[in-house]
Write a protein that binds this ligand. Structure first.
Ligand code: HEC
Length: 98
């Protein structure tokens, strides 16, 4: 699922660095800084930063929410234990803010 839809832009479990656009989803990126709710929203609806040379396409209509959950679970295996803890807490806090 990830390989077919995301890998060409975002790369795999290694490589890349923090300032890359598109950003890597492994330990070298900042994906683990974002709560699940933010990540899901970015993937389904895409986003466009006017200052960015390339935009994140929207996957709503192509991927189901379950596919997005599977992809997130998959890329989380690329993070360190500390990053996973941080990301889990961010997700819990986000839930409480709603
Ligand atoms: C055509 C290239 C392209 C494809 C395909 C693509 N992305 Fe992106 N994605 C981007 C770009 C470019 C950005 C950063 C945009 C910016 O910074 O303005 C981005 C940003 C993101 C972000 C937010 C940044 C981060 O690391 O948290 C997430 C999450 C993300 N993409 C996930 C995915 C997933 C999952 C897929 C596959 C379903 C995917 N992308 C497919 C180009 C792509």
């Amino acid at each position: 699922m990830y390989e077919a839809n995301c890998q060409t832009c975002h790369g795999g479990d290694t490589g890349g660095n923090l300032r890359d656009i598109p950003p890597p989803h492994n330990t070298n990126g900042h994906t683990w800084h974002h709560a699940d709710q933010q990540l899901t929203d970015s993937i389904l609806h895409g986003f466009s930063d006017p200052l960015s040379p390339q935009q994140m396409p929207a996957f709503a209509g192509k991927l189901e929410e379950k596919d997005v959950r599977d992809i997130l679970a998959y890329i989380k295996t690329w993070s360190t234990a500390d990053q996973q803890d941080w990301q889990r807490q961010a997700t819990e806090q986000w839930e409480q803010l709603r």
